[in-house]
Design a protein around this ligand. Structure first.
Ligand SMILES: *[C@@H]1O[C@H](CO)[C@@H](O)[C@H](O)[C@H]1NC(C)=O
Ligand SMILES: *[C@@H]1O[C@H](CO)[C@@H](O)[C@H](O)[C@H]1NC(C)=O
Ligand SMILES: *[C@@H]1O[C@H](CO)[C@@H](O)[C@H](O)[C@H]1NC(C)=O
Ligand SMILES: *[C@@H]1O[C@H](CO)[C@@H](O)[C@H](O)[C@H]1NC(C)=O
Ligand SMILES: *[C@@H]1O[C@H](CO)[C@@H](O)[C@H](O)[C@H]1NC(C)=O
Ligand SMILES: *[C@@H]1O[C@H](CO)[C@@H](O)[C@H](O)[C@H]1NC(C)=O
Ligand SMILES: *[C@@H]1O[C@H](CO)[C@@H](O)[C@H](O)[C@H]1NC(C)=O
Ligand SMILES: *[C@@H]1O[C@H](CO)[C@@H](O)[C@H](O)[C@H]1NC(C)=O
Ligand SMILES: *[C@@H]1O[C@H](CO)[C@@H](O)[C@H](O)[C@H]1NC(C)=O
Ligand SMILES: *[C@@H]1O[C@H](CO)[C@@H](O)[C@H](O)[C@H]1NC(C)=O
Ligand SMILES: *[C@@H]1O[C@H](CO)[C@@H](O)[C@H](O)[C@H]1NC(C)=O
Length: 403
């Protein structure tokens, strides 16, 4: 017989064979087969991590007494497992990590409510995770990347620091009751008809959304960072309750179906304001209360009207260029040059066939973002050089800080 200490020590080295009985307090608990899973499921609480061996499967069931894993539940590089489930597990203190688990089809966690971090990456076959009626209601960060998931509706967190949903090519529905997000939300390269519904979202730090076909943010009041929309397919962007973009940029670039942007209560953009190459956008008239822009303004497109009736302080420069006739708007806008628009109106041009050819951020001088400008404040653009695409490596680094 091995002593308990020895078993734990061996387990800690990852050499446990499954023959030696695992203990609830092992660090980590390593599950190699269903027999191990049965023993683990008999623990009420497992204080440390639970690792599934890369050969564990094809079906692992953690039904029993197990309510809480204090550490993380981790499955990595396992191409055997097809189904993972637990009817009893309620809490995972660390990460719920599924990384490179390419045969997993079924994930059923009917009681799971709280998770430190959701980190699901490279799940080639899982189409719809199943949770209980209330879903997962608490998580610090959520990463769902490179999966086969079609519908992400069970992640009903209220507050989250980060959310990355990308490269889920079949994802066509994402709705979440999230209320606030304190750092970064990045959604891109998912299914081309992805509809996003964030009915309860009230404030968010930074939001970067690409390749989405509809977005609904009826309750959004404040953005405390930047908000960017690139290459989306939606025809409307309506944020009826949004009043402030406190420190960062507002940007709409190359959204080819976009016909209407309406943010009627917005008074302030802390950074730059870019509208470029949205060729269906016929008028820029959804900013009735915009007063202050902390950076530069760049509007290039195929619109025939630009209305910014309340504008009274723009710290940087402003350019307005259209393929259509905007002389009437230009008469008004040029009058603001040097006074309301401190950095002056550098360009206000109608009928320019190349109006849609430049999509670099406002204040970046046609692409050299970061180029030091003479004293005018275009260079104060806080988010001008932040890449819209967050790499997996960056993600991993970010998540690691929570572990
Ligand atoms: C999983 O596989 C990748 C390469 O496919 C490798 O870089 C990584 O170290 C592996 N992880 C583990 C825990 O074996
Ligand atoms: C997504 O799943 C939720 C809950 O299961 C369901 O109510 C919703 O209709 C689904 N959406 C789509 C587009 O399938
Ligand atoms: C949108 O997604 C649904 C569900 O995945 C799919 O059946 C439909 O064909 C998709 N439509 C388009 C236009 O891609
Ligand atoms: C998705 O959006 C990115 C911009 O973030 C763009 O480069 C890419 O072409 C888009 N993909 C599709 C299929 O529209
Ligand atoms: C919009 O804001 C008003 C005033 O704060 C609030 O009464 C209303 O419920 C908000 N609308 C939504 C959809 O949240
Ligand atoms: C917005 O961000 C600033 C600086 O990061 C912070 O001081 C402020 O409290 C934030 N506001 C909200 C509403 O979170
Ligand atoms: C997110 O927004 C905050 C301000 O609220 C800013 O300090 C931070 O740099 C932003 N992060 C990214 C990645 O954009
Ligand atoms: C844009 O949307 C707003 C809000 O729904 C609406 O009041 C306005 O009429 C729309 N404008 C156009 C041109 O469709
Ligand atoms: C856009 O077109 C203008 C001519 O109107 C040209 O001077 C400029 O170099 C072009 N920019 C890009 C990025 O192609
Ligand atoms: C403008 O948007 C279209 C999609 O509508 C895209 O194909 C094109 O590359 C964009 N132009 C620039 C200069 O980004
Ligand atoms: C600009 O937009 C018009 C549509 O209004 C389009 O025909 C043209 O090709 C675009 N030009 C560039 C350079 O993207």
């Amino acid at each position: 017989m091995y002593s308990k200490e020895l078993v734990s020590a061996v387990a800690a080295l990852g050499l446990v064979s499954g023959v030696a009985a695992l203990g609830c307090k092992d660090d980590p608990v390593t599950i190699t087969n269903q027999a191990d899973a049965d023993i683990a499921a008999a623990c009420t609480t497992i204080p440390h991590d639970v690792f599934l061996d890369n050969q564990a499967g094809p079906n692992i069931v953690l039904n029993g007494q197990l309510r809480e894993i204090g550490g993380s539940l981790i499955v990595r590089n396992n191409s055997v497992i097809q189904s993972l489930q637990s009817t009893s597990l309620q809490t995972i203190g660390g990460s719920f990590e599924l990384n490179n688990v390419i045969s997993l089809v079924s994930l059923v966690f009917g009681a799971l409510k709280e998770v430190g971090d959701i980190k699901w990456i490279t799940l080639d076959r899982m189409s719809e995770p199943t949770f209980g009626p209330s879903g997962i209601t608490k998580a610090n960060s959520v990463t769902v990347s490179d999966t086969f998931i079609e519908n992400l509706s069970g992640i009903n967190v209220q507050e989250v620091t980060d959310m990355f949903i990308n490269n889920n090519r079949r994802l066509s529905a994402f709705s979440s009751s999230i209320k606030s997000l304190s750092n970064v939300m990045v959604i891109n390269d998912n299914g081309l008809n992805l509809t996003m519904d964030l009915p309860n979202l009230q404030w968010i730090a930074n939001m970067t959304i690409a390749n989405v076909s509809s977005i609904s943010v009826p309750s959004l009041r404040a953005v405390n960072g930047s908000m960017r929309f690139d290459s989306n397919l939606f025809s409307d962007f309506i944020a009826p309750n949004l009043t402030e973009i406190q420190t960062g940029d507002l940007s709409f670039v190359s959204n080819k179906n976009l016909q209407n942007i309406s943010v009627p209560l917005l008074t302030m953009i802390g950074g730059g304001f870019t509208i470029a190459n949205n060729t269906q956008l016929g008028k820029v008239n959804g900013f009735d209360n915009l007063e202050t822009v902390g950076g530069a303004i760049k509007m290039r497109g195929s619109f025939d009207e630009i209305d910014l009736p309340k504008l009274h302080d723009v710290v940087g420069t402003a350019e307005f260029v259209s393929t259509e006739d905007i002389t009437k708007s230009c008469d008004t806008l040029k009058g603001l040059s040097g006074n309301v628009i401190q950095g002056t109106v550098t360009d206000c041009t109608s009928d320019d066939a190349n109006a849609n050819n430049s999509t670099s951020p406002a204040g970046s001088d046609g692409g050299d973002s970061g180029s030091a400008d003479n004293g005018n404040a275009a260079t104060t653009l806080s988010g001008g050089s932040i890449s819209a695409v967050v790499t997996l490596a960056a993600l991993t680094g970010l998540i690691a800080t929570f572990l």
